[in-house]
Design a protein around this ligand. Structure first.
Ligand code: SF4
Length: 385
């Protein structure tokens, strides 16, 4: 750690305030911000349109601090996964997934995670600490400029993108690191930064209800909710945060979020676990949950079914393809838009938390989970849809 101010910690207003403290006008902050985020510059001497006096002031007091890269893995399908060192034996992951019409970057918000979902490799590692805004943005900064250099297109031209979408879906529960998350989102959306639209930046949450409401008011980007179960009994087991914010409260927050959301639906993520949450009956219960007779009435939503990525000692298995398709069929026939996520980067362990899992289990969360094997409770059939 150095005493220098990390300029990646600032959104544009924060950088303008910092420049003012150095006796500089706001437009200098805009220039500096563009050098950092659009051109990937770290060396102040390179910033040729800034006055020499400002460059000297910055060189003596500030830096653009990248995260050390522990490893970079490239899959044959184009997926790239970086493992970054965040100190004290902690590592976080970012994954770039190229598709025909988009390039999606998945970012981490915390080292480890306190929510402790049963099917999640990160959850088994326990919680170490929140990432700073600068550490969240350093992942994006590194990915953007590494991919640009690969393509020999070092600077972003108008209307041209390598990373078209960002999802806060890597390690950590982003809404439990709200103070650092929001300035990072602002930089992603800022036209002088990465210029992404609110529809193309997604925050994924396991259901931290109070902060879903704050995000709705402060900066409503697209929202994905990790659902994974059709009833409280099972969700309490799979996503322990459900004990604090049960399904009726979570769905009510989803409905409120739609008032300001950039999309007119909520995406529900549903990890398909063999024999745990993947029966036709459970699919029918999901239909009931978000249908007109559910706790909040009809909730506009789509489902994204995620094949579970097994990891050692999870004690869980991936639902087979036929089961996933049958489950999807029930949802689709019930009128819900449903997609099945393609597995990407299998050859490089691209599922969240799998590489960082080599880092020690700091809080013994995994031990606790293994000592308390999952109880699968089959609910009675739904009465109506
Ligand atoms: S799924 Fe998300 S919220 Fe749950 S333990 Fe993993 S990182 Fe945390």
């Amino acid at each position: 750690m150095t005493d220098a101010v990390n300029l990646l910690d600032f959104d544009l207003d924060g950088l303008a305030a910092h420049c003012e403290r150095l006796g500089e006008k706001r437009f200098r902050a805009v220039q500096l911000f563009r050098w950092i985020h659009q051109r990937g510059a770290r060396d102040f001497d390179q910033m040729s349109d800034l006055a020499k006096s400002l460059r000297a002031k910055l060189a003596g007091s500030a830096e653009i601090r990248p995260l050390p890269v522990l490893s970079e893995h490239r899959s044959t399908d184009g997926t790239v996964k970086w493992l970054f060192d965040v100190g004290a034996g902690n590592a976080v992951e970012s994954v770039f997934i190229p598709e025909d019409d988009r390039g999606t970057l998945c970012l981490s918000s915390q080292a480890g995670c306190a929510v402790g979902c049963r099917f999640c490799s990160t959850g088994h590692q326990g919680f170490s600490r929140n990432l700073s805004t600068g550490e969240i943005l350093a992942q994006l900064w590194h990915a953007e400029h590494t991919l640009r250099r690969d393509l020999n297109r070092p600077e972003r031209q108008a209307g041209e993108r390598v990373i078209t979408n960002v999802v806060m879906m890597g390690m950590g529960e982003p809404l439990q690191n709200y103070g650092a998350l929001v300035p990072a989102l602002r930089v992603m959306l800022d036209d002088h930064g990465y210029g992404l639209s609110r529809r193309r930046v997604t925050v994924s949450t396991s259901g931290v209800v109070p902060f879903m409401d704050r995000l709705r008011d402060d900066l409503p980007v697209a929202l994905a909710v990790s659902l994974h179960a059709p009833d409280d009994t099972l969700r309490n087991e799979l996503v322990p945060l459900n004990r604090k914010y049960p399904l009726a409260e979570l769905l009510a927050a989803c409905k409120r979020y739609l008032d300001t959301a950039p999309r007119d639906f909520i995406t529900f993520e549903y990890c398909m676990l063999d024999g745990v949450n993947d029966s036709d009956e459970q699919a029918r219960r999901l239909l009931a949950l978000v249908g007109p007779k559910g706790p909040v009435g009809r909730l506009p939503c789509k489902f994204n079914l995620i094949p579970f990525n097994p990891f050692p000692a999870s004690g869980l298995k991936r639902s087979d393809n036929a089961r996933v398709q049958a489950f999807a069929k029930v949802l689709i026939e019930g009128g819900l838009v449903t997609t099945v996520r393609k597995t990407r980067g299998d050859d490089i362990d691209a599922a969240c938390g799998q590489l960082a899992g080599e880092v020690q289990d700091r809080t013994r969360a995994h031990e606790r989970m293994v000592r308390a094997p999952i109880r699968v409770v089959r609910p009675p059939p739904a009465s109506a849809t």
